[in-house]
Every structure is written in structure tokens, then in C-alpha cells.
Design a protein around this ligand. Structure first.
Ligand code: CU
Length: 138
């Protein structure tokens, strides 16, 4: 079993965005957050720390992973200062594609996403073998 690990931290910082200073929420002080990549059958483990003064959580938009436990569970609540380890396995038959992750804490989703909390989640697979896609710049 292949494990894919990441330490992800949400925090509130002043960052340079397009040549301007902006006060944003971010994952690992990047906007967008780090690009996550996995392949079908990979187990993904994300040690997530919430370092800003609101509860939050993680949602993996359009990934076919369980909406329960410590996988894609939007009912999880990670209070300020707390850490939670997410873990799920990408199904063997998962389609390749570009997906994204963002917070899904009820009542705070729009505020947190619009403040900068989002990143790409790429599932590698058959699409990557199409010659024109293989040749394209990401
Ligand atoms: Cu979503």
C-alpha cells in the first residue's frame, strides 16, 4: 500500500498576491494551497492543523472517498489550535482528473474559501497518458 503524506496548516497571514500585500487565510502560507496528487489505490494521509481563530475542516471536492470517519467528513470540527489526521484511500477505479479541496465547516464555508482556503487535488491516471495532455504544460 502506498502512503502519500502531507502536513497542512491553515493560518491567517499577510501574503504577497499578484504584487500586492493581502491579509488572507491560507494552507501552508500559499494561495492557492499546495497541489495534492495521488493515484488510484493510494492511501492519503494529511496531518492538518488549524492555526486561525475559527473552527474549520477539510473537504475533497468530487473525490469518491467516504463521507465518514476521518475521510471526507464535513461534520468534523477542528477548533482553533487543534490538529486532526485525515486518512482515506483513493478507490482503484477512481477516474483521473483535477479536483480541489477546501473547508466545509457549516456556517463558515464561503468566508473561509473566499479568504483563500482552497487548493488543487489531482488524481493521476488514464488522462495523463493522452498524448496532447501529456505534452501540455500544467
Ligand atoms: Cu466543494
Amino acid at each position: 500500500m502506498v502512503f502519500w503524506r502531507l502536513i497542512l496548516e491553515a493560518s491567517s497571514n499577510s501574503l504577497n498576491l499578484g504584487g500586492n500585500q493581502a491579509h488572507l487565510l491560507s494552507y501552508n502560507r500559499q494561495v492557492p494551497g499546495p497541489r495534492l496528487e495521488a493515484k488510484p489505490a493510494n492511501t492519503v494521509r494529511i496531518r492538518f492543523t488549524n492555526n486561525f481563530p475559527q473552527p474549520t475542516n477539510l473537504h475533497y471536492h468530487s473525490l469518491h472517498v467516504p463521507p465518514t470517519g476521518n475521510a471526507d467528513n464535513v461534520f468534523l470540527d477542528i477548533p482553533a489550535g487543534e490538529t486532526l489526521t485525515y486518512e482515506f484511500t483513493i478507490p482503484q477505479n477512481h477516474s483521473a482528473g483535477t479536483f480541489w479541496y477546501h473547508p466545509h465547516r457549516h456556517g463558515l464555508v464561503a468566508e473561509q474559501v473566499f479568504s483563500g482556503l482552497a487548493g488543487l487535488f489531482v488524481v493521476r491516471g488514464e488522462l495523463d497518458e493522452i498524448p496532447d495532455i501529456k505534452a501540455a504544460q500544467e
